[in-house]
Write a protein that binds this ligand. Structure first.
Ligand code: GLA
Length: 386
């Protein structure tokens, strides 16, 4: 919390000293952690994430020459482009900004250029959606500068389009939508077909711990292709079964179609179909304030995504398993797209200190990398900060 306020002030101060006047506005958009419902969003299914108290802040003042000049403090670079000539460049943070600008322009919005400065504390490439946070903070800034209303769902859809078509990552809607629409103290069950959102508090007396394996997804493009391949396998399964998306398949239907699917396609589908079931149950048990039941579902979800969907890793498996074995841990699993990055645990608030110390030590002993563990609070989605 202290860190949050500090970063906000920090970015104002740096802006002021660079440009000689305070920013016209500061916006922020959070990263997210997904409690359950992994690789279900692009199958029109269900996810249950929460926005976290880590975000990207952008301080801006309008320019009158339709140029965007963006100082990125984390990447130590300055990028510049004209709103009248937005061209794709090498992958870097500004590509997300350009993608949003391009698709906002397509909606007919009259964009205003700006001098901007950004900084965040969502670890990059860790599976906590730093890209979605960047997309949403950009969208929030552009809409505010143009005086347009803020529609979180419409903006999340636009940002997803930007990521699919500008950056080339065929992600679903989860990350953008939770970064746009997150709620303080709440996780959101998202129906990724209707985009209906239902909120629930976390179980009483529990906290969510994000456990960063400190392994990263390596070359961006490489892991994106593994992600895109999973998506294609799911779409193939739906096509063979004869439904619009795996969301429409029950476990009984999947079993009846088993002979028509290759072993890999069947297992991919089994993960998605069972994960949708678990996610709906998870929402119910959260409403019933039953942390033990939620934890069991998280543990099952980890096994499913690791064995059937095969997007976990040695480090993620170790982290999830070590966490699961600790006293006071209700459940743990890898979170996000997979291959590297973070796992998430639901624990009894009384064991936070012992849990984080023991998991960190055991993980480092086993994997040889020092991890980072932090308690995350459910936070509000993208907004202008005072
Ligand atoms: C990434 C994508 C999301 C979602 C998750 C897996 O975070 O951006 O759309 O598919 O992976 O659940």
């Amino acid at each position: 919390m202290v860190e949050t306020i500090d970063l906000q002030q920090f970015i104002r101060d740096v802006f002021q000293s660079k440009f000689g006047s305070p920013p016209a506005l500061v916006a922020k958009a959070p990263g997210r952690v997904n409690l359950i419902g992994e690789h279900t969003d692009y199958n029109d299914g269900f996810v249950l994430p929460m926005a976290i108290d880590r975000a990207i802040w952008m301080a801006v003042s309008p320019r009158d020459d339709r140029r965007v000049v963006l100082h990125s403090l984390d990447f130590d670079r300055v990028d510049e482009f004209s709103l009248d000539d937005i061209q794709k460049g090498d992958l870097g943070p500004v590509e997300y900004v350009k993608g949003i600008a391009h698709f906002l322009k397509e909606t007919g919005l009259d964009l205003v250029g700006f001098d901007g400065m950004m900084k965040g504390n969502v670890p990059v490439g860790a599976g906590l959606s730093s890209s979605a946070a960047l997309e949403m903070v950009t969208a929030r800034v552009f809409t505010a500068l143009s005086g347009a209303p803020w529609d979180p769902v419409a903006m999340a859809k636009l940002a997803q389009r930007a990521e699919n078509q500008w950056v080339g990552m065929n992600c679903g809607i989860m990350d953008q939508l939770i970064s746009a629409a997150g709620q303080e103290g709440r996780a959101l069950l998202i129906d990724c077909r209707s985009l209906e959102l239902k909120q629930t508090p976390l179980p009483t007396g529990t906290v969510v711990v994000v456990m960063d394996t400190n392994t990263r997804r390596g070359e961006h493009g490489h892991m994106d292709s593994a992600y895109n391949e999973r998506r294609e396998q799911c779409e193939e399964a739906a096509r063979i079964i004869g439904v619009p998306a795996l969301r429409d398949v029950s476990m009984a239907q999947l079993e009846a179609s088993k002979d028509r699917l290759s072993d890999v396609t069947y297992r991919r589908a089994r993960h998605v179909v069972s994960e949708d079931e678990r996610t709906l149950k998870a929402y119910d048990v959260m409403l019933a304030d039953d942390p033990a039941a939620l934890g069991r579902l998280m543990n099952e979800a980890h096994t499913s995504i690791s064995d059937d969907f095969e997007v976990s890793s040695k480090a993620l498996d170790a982290m999830a398993e070590i966490a699961q074995a600790q006293p006071g841990c209700f459940g743990a699993r890898m979170t996000g797209g997979g291959f590297a990055g973070c796992a998430v645990a639901l624990i009894d608030e009384k064991v936070v200190e012992a849990f984080t110390a023991d998991v960190a030590r055991l993980y480092e002993e086993q994997i040889g990398i020092e991890p980072q563990l932090y308690v995350c609070r459910a936070s509000a989605g993208a907004g202008i900060v005072e």
